[in-house]
Write a protein that binds this ligand. Structure first.
Ligand code: SAH
Ligand code: DHB
Ligand code: MG
Length: 224
């Protein structure tokens, strides 16, 4: 991507973040904690976090499932959008990431709405189905991209008609269009796309995004 384009994406992202996210409204201190704990800075951007918040509010969601917690930055935006009796179930492989997330959620006063489950998402998703967990109204897929095809299957199983399923990072600087990519992340997203394309229970679009974190995109599906 040309350097000049990247620079303007970043500046415009900063401009709208500053204009539209009031001081204290964002979760900057969580990002600071993540940095101190050496977590990779691959969280959603502030404007993307607010996009998730808006969608959760607009759909009157009560139950959110998140696959891939990291330090809980996206979890915070999702949890804030819920009514008092709402719940986010968030799944994370790394106990270190989960510990940082727990601290961030507690600091924001949102920990009581969040259930953090540690383990491979393939296992924790199977456990949720086994427990006959109530269906989720909103599902955010953001863990290892090679697992997306599997996470999609579980997500459909844990959904109801009207559930929104959002998958992060489906564009990856445009690498997604390379069928010969040796990157398992790209192959995961391509397989995910193929599954969605033939899945009669879903209606899907993709929204390409640019900003602080470069060029990427969300797949947005509704369960029919
Ligand atoms: N949603 C977060 C970012 C998540 S980054 C945010 O926007 O703030 C992806 C996370 O998925 C990482 O913390 C990584 O440890 C976790 N992850 C990777 N493989 C996983 C797996 N198999 N099961 C569960 N989590 C996994
Ligand atoms: C990566 C993962 C993410 O969830 C993201 O938003 C950006 C990058 C990664 O694994 O590189
Ligand atoms: Mg992501």
């Amino acid at each position: 991507m040309p350097k000049k384009a990247k620079k303007i994406w970043k500046q415009v992202d900063q401009y709208f973040s500053d204009a539209l996210i009031a001081p204290g409204e964002g979760f900057d201190s969580a990002l600071e904690e993540n940095r101190k704990a050496n977590l990779p800075s691959i969280d959603v951007t502030a404007l993307q976090g607010k996009f998730l918040e808006l969608l959760v509010r607009a759909t009157r969601t009560r139950r959110v499932l998140e696959i891939g917690t990291l330090g809980g930055y996206s979890t915070l935006w999702l949890a804030r959008a819920l009514p008092d009796d709402g719940l986010v179930v968030t799944l994370e492989l790394e106990s270190h990431h989960a510990a940082v997330a727990k601290k961030n959620l507690e600091a924001a006063g949102l920990a009581d709405r969040v259930e953090l489950r540690i383990g491979r998402a393939a296992d924790t998703l199977a456990a949720l189905v086994n427990e006959r967990a109530a269906p989720f109204d909103f599902i955010f897929i953001d863990a290892d991209k090679s697992g997306y095809p599997e996470y999609l299957r579980w997500s459909i199983e844990l959904s109801h008609p009207g559930t929104l399923i959002i998958a992060d990072n489906v564009v990856r600087d445009g690498e997604v269009i390379d069928p010969a990519s040796p990157d398992p992340n790209i192959q995961g997203v391509r397989r995910f796309t193929e599954l969605i394309a033939v899945e009669p229970r879903l209606s899907t679009t993709v929204l390409q995004t640019v900003g602080m974190k470069g060029y990427d995109g969300f797949a947005i599906s509704v369960v029919l």
